[in-house]
Design a protein around this ligand. Structure first.
Ligand code: OGA
Ligand code: MN
Length: 301
């Protein structure tokens, strides 16, 4: 699909997997003009993943940049934590560090919970109004591993045959953080957490509003499909995720310190990759912009 990269206030270099781009020539710590914000908006609508290298942002600057694109999600989705490492209540701690800044112990509950980020997912798909954009900034990275991978769920839909795509259209999935964690054998949720993470309903096929393209709303948070036996539903989701994330359809981001990656959760899935998290530090921080609608309101017809 054609995208006019020349009209932008910055340089756009598209990435090889058929989506995603690297943006050159912007300093996100500075205030941005409405024209530049509009150009970034156009680019994210089209490419779904944008990489901005060498961005010297502190928490405040990261939040300020994200806020050009909407309202932040009201709360972070974590297991109960006595004291958070990051002061700002809307900054998600994507690290292997505790509140004292030291590496989480091997059996720490937060470490077990965070392993769920290594399953393919779309952020906050378990919320009634799932997330729109995520902004992940690298403050400290391991020497090996710890990449983040992305796939484009519009391309995933478009790769299906018409018949298969049509058959998926009416399906409604149940999403919960409890389901993704259960896949890894993590089940020690308190009653309060079980209530907080009760399943929500989302369409399997939705329309990506900015482009009008149809996408699969896939996520490892899916634990069932309405009206379908559970094993059949989970097998279908597994097959769809496998096809969506075929190696030639994936962009793997190998982090450099101070990279900022922005993605559209409505049109992508992502996952973190393993690293030696008992010996190396990885300090990543995420700001999430809330979606405005439920996918139930994004039916194709
Ligand atoms: C996230 C996430 C994966 C990673 O920040 O939402 O899933 O590579 N991160 O840390
Ligand atoms: Mn995530």
């Amino acid at each position: 699909m054609f995208f006019d990269t020349k009209s932008s206030a910055f340089e756009i270099e598209s990435l090889p997997a058929g989506f995603g781009a690297r943006i050159h020539g912007l300093d996100l710590s500075q205030a941005l003009s409405p024209e530049v914000v509009a150009s970034i908006q156009q680019a994210i609508d089209h490419f779904a993943v944008l990489v901005f290298a060498q961005q010297m942002l502190d928490d405040g600057a990261q939040i300020r940049f994200a806020r050009y694109f909407g309202e932040m999600e009201a709360s972070r989705a974590t297991v109960a934590v006595e004291k958070h490492r990051l002061a700002h209540p809307q900054l998600n701690d994507i690290s292997n560090l505790n509140e004292a800044g030291t590496i989480l112990a091997v059996d720490d509950r937060r470490r077990m919970f965070n392993l769920g980020n290594r399953l393919w997912h779309s952020d906050s798909s378990f919320k009634v109004k799932p997330a729109k954009y995520s902004f992940l900034h690298a403050r400290e990275i391991p020497s090996q591993g710890g990449e983040t991978e992305f796939c484009d769920t519009r391309l995933a839909y478009e790769a299906l045959g018409t018949k298969e795509g049509n058959a998926l259209m009416p399906l409604i999935c149940e999403h919960s953080l409890l389901f993704s964690r259960a896949q890894l054998g993590f089940s020690g949720f308190t009653e309060e957490e079980q209530l907080r993470f009760a399943p929500v309903r989302q369409r399997l096929v939705r329309r990506h509003q900015p482009t009008g393209r149809v996408c699969l709303f896939l996520s490892s948070h899916i634990g069932g499909i309405e009206g379908m036996p559970r094993p059949e539903a989970l097998m279908l989701i597994r097959d769809l995720i496998e096809a969506a994330t075929r190696p030639d359809r994936v962009y793997q981001h190998r982090w450099s310190c101070f990279d900022l990656v922005m993605w559209d959760n409505r049109a992508t899935m992502h996952r973190g990759r393993a690293y030696n998290d008992q010996f190396e530090r990885r300090d990543m921080r995420r700001v999430t912009i809330a979606g405005e609608v439920s996918s139930l309101d994004e039916a194709i017809c």
